[in-house]
Design a protein around this ligand. Structure first.
Ligand SMILES: Cc1cc2nc3c(=O)[nH]c(=O)nc-3n(C[C@H](O)[C@H](O)[C@H](O)COP(=O)(O)OP(=O)(O)OC[C@H]3O[C@@H](n4cnc5c(N)ncnc54)[C@H](O)[C@@H]3O)c2cc1C
Length: 441
């Protein structure tokens, strides 16, 4: 194509050949809803469910072919910081436990089967009347003069569509919608925005459950070092030095044993490279373990995750920012949507093992702390809330609250806030969480 030439489908290549000016086009309105939830991971499913149960008309848009985000497409299998939670988190643990294996029952649903999670989430959301759109990516937002999102744009097999709503909840993990709407955000730490590494999880089989117990996180006393030492003794050097093996059910295990360093969550080429590299590493490790023989001789991969696990994306600026000091002092607020008890868990930022943590803020140790509702309310756009790992907080605080046992109550609170703010004819930042919070929270 020559620069300046009109492209057949409607666009002009810029003279420097570095961009393409796409022709303006009419985008069909896919529909209108009261609450639009973008992203259907642990935060998004809870936001949609809570908003629907609070009486709102809700649509949820999800990129993958299933609900659950890192729980399902990411093959996570462990829910951290969940057992002190009420509401939807407690309901999900009950469902995962009752419908799961003995392992799920013995761990109160915190070790779950991703396939059970997929179907439980679909059933709950369908029953609540949430309109679910899978295989659909949120690609843009249209805002107005009064700092509100009017519509979002999606791309899918249905083409490009626009969706109108009164309230929007960004549960994309990476804060895609908030960024598209022009919100301020932070990424990673330091001037180079260094982020925690990505990891690909996998399901394995072919090992006797009794024989492997010492290597399994839930049954071995020092399972991680034991597995690492075994690997290293046989020349297998996993890029994550704390390999974590969990038994899910009847001889099916999950494993987390790799790190991909320095990958931006906003660079599709880099994510692709990391995905291919991580998948190869898992195959290499499993092949290596088979060669060890003994209990490992029939080890096999059932599946590698379709979605590589992304620990960090954007942290969107909210009406409150949770800080390292809040985590250290054990913040208490009457706007608390949940109490987080998970420690600060920064995975090494590079292969050298550096974690970039200055511990001076935590001289007296860490205490459970409250997650305030205003940290879920966007500062720059009035009808936007966030839930999950993209809420407002600093690098250190994020390394604690990001786990899924906190993402679910965040989603629940954001969903309630979205629905109630419509019913009360106020903006989310005008809500007093004390007055709208569920009785059991
Ligand atoms: C490797 C790894 C291990 C972890 N280990 C644990 C653990 O053991 N236990 C634990 O509780 N937590 C763990 N975490 C942390 C936890 O998984 C995340 O912080 C958590 O998933 C946050 O939930 P979320 O709903 O915000 O994000 P996600 O689970 O990432 O969900 C975001 C969803 O939005 C969708 N989406 C993204 N962009 C778009 C878009 N533009 N349009 C439409 N949809 C979109 C995605 O497909 C996804 O379904 C781990 C994380 C990683 C990466």
């Amino acid at each position: 194509m020559i620069s300046g030439e009109v492209v057949r489908t409607g666009g002009v290549l810029a003279p420097d050949g570095r961009s393409l000016n796409e022709a303006a086009r009419q985008v069909p309105i896919g529909g209108r809803t009261q609450v639009m939830v973008c992203g259907g991971g642990p935060a998004g499913i809870a936001a949609a469910l809570a908003a629907a149960r609070a009486g709102a008309d809700v649509r949820l848009i999800e990129l993958a072919g299933c609900l659950g985000g890192v729980w399902t497409a990411g093959l996570l299998t462990k829910i951290l910081d969940a057992e002190n939670k009420h509401g939807i988190m407690a309901e999900l643990l009950r469902a995962f436990s009752q419908r799961g294996s003995d392992v799920a029952k013995n761990t109160n649903g915190t070790v779950y089967d991703p396939e059970i999670a997929k179907v439980v989430l679909e059933e709950l959301l369908v029953k609540a009347g949430v309109k679910i759109m899978l295989h659909t990516r949120v690609v843009g937002a249209v805002t107005d003069q009064s700092k509100r999102i009017v519509a979002i744009l999606t791309e899918s097999k249905s083409g490009r569509q626009a969706w109108l709503a009164d309230r929007f909840v960004d549960c994309t993990g990476d804060g895609d919608l908030a960024a598209q709407a022009g919100c301020q955000f932070e990424v990673g730490t330091g001037t180079d925005c260094a982020c925690q590494p990505m990891s690909m999880l996998a399901l394995l089989t072919g090992v006797d459950p009794e024989a492997v117990k010492p290597y399994v996180r839930e049954t071995g006393t020092s399972a991680k070092p034991l597995l690492r030492d075994l690997m290293e003794k046989h020349g297998i050097m996993p890029s994550y030095r704390g390999p974590t093996l969990r038994h899910l059910h009847s001889g099916v295990y999950s494993i987390m044993t790799n790190h991909e360093y320095g990958v931006s969550a906003f660079d599709a080429e880099a994510i692709t490279e990391a995905t291919i590299h991580a998948r190869q590493e898992i195959h290499d490790i499993v092949n290596g373990l088979r060669k060890v023989g003994g209990i490992w001789k029939d080890l096999a991969i059932v599946a590698t995750a379709e979605q590589i696990g992304i620990r960090e994306g954007r942290r969107i600026k909210g009406r409150y920012e949770i800080t390292a000091e809040d985590v250290a002092k054990g913040l208490r607020t009457d706007q608390a949507i949940a109490r987080a008890t998970f420690p600060i868990d920064v995975h090494a930022l590079s292969g050298k093992g550096d974690k970039h943590i200055d511990h001076t803020f935590a001289k007296g140790g860490l205490k459970p702390y409250d997650i305030p509702f205003p940290a879920l309310v966007a500062a720059d756009v009035d009808n936007l809330l966030m839930a999950g790992r993209c809420i407002s907080g600093d690098f250190i605080a994020h390394a604690s609250y990001r786990v899924t046992g906190n993402s679910v109550p965040m989603g629940e609170a954001a969903g309630i806030g979205a629905a109630k703010s419509i019913q009360m004819k106020v903006m989310p930042h005008e809500l007093d969480w004390k007055q709208i919070k569920p009785e059991n929270s």
